[in-house]
Design a protein. Sequence first.
Length: 298
Amino acid sequence: MNKKVLAHALAIVLMIIWGLSYLSIKVIVGEIEPTLSAFYRFLIAFIFLAIVYKTKYSHEKVLKEDRFRLAMGGLFGITLYFFFENYSVYFTSASNVAILISTIPVFTLMVQGIIYKEKMTIPKVLGVILSLFGIIIVVASKDRVSLFSKGSLGDIMVLGAVISWVIYNVFSTKFKGNYSSATISTYQAFWGCLFLSPSLFFSKITIPSPTVILNIIFLSLICSCIGSILYIYCLKNLGATIITTYINLQPIVSLVSASILLKEAVTKWQVIGCIVIILGVFLVSFGDKIIAKKIKSL
């Protein structure tokens, strides 16, 4: 199978996994302080990734030039992103979080164009705008939306998560050395966990319930370990603009899972919004190729 085709398929699988993670985070932060819960999550993830790295990839030596980038990837993509995301889920509504997180592709497209001179083609720009519009339809149809409400600390936290993830993509792109996704994920998990470790001294330590423990394990092994490896692979093969556009699929997963698990009704506007999002992702991913083929056939 072509690497890019595989990467597109894995990106969809990844967004299904990450779309389910919001439910787990909501359960966990109800019992454990948000920063401490992130530390637990990535401590388990790092232990698992370190075993995989030592077993299969220990021959991959990280170049000095890349060590700083890996540390910054851990800081922005794990420590700061999940600090902001966990607190945003704790403080504000799911509607605000989903809408603001969906701005990641917009900021990524701008940053990639400025830093890496990535060509901002019409299909990519239209695709990002379309998927953003679709996610607004989906979220607005579910809950009452109040963006940037006065004194909303949660809204500010989401913006912090967005900025952190965009910076993470910059540090996780174009390493000097050639590393496997597992190696990059292991080093980033180490640094992320290290930067989160002070939460042990500033948070109340309690014994979580079995339900919370299971959710932490799900977030650690599936969302963080497997998810991180998949994301790095997709980032390498698709580029930051395309893979971040797939993030807009997460609210679709959240809607479907809420309907199944919580028996929530799905409205026609939610269905319309989902279709618009999928069209936007398709346009960003395949729009340029379709236009190129059309031009060639003329």
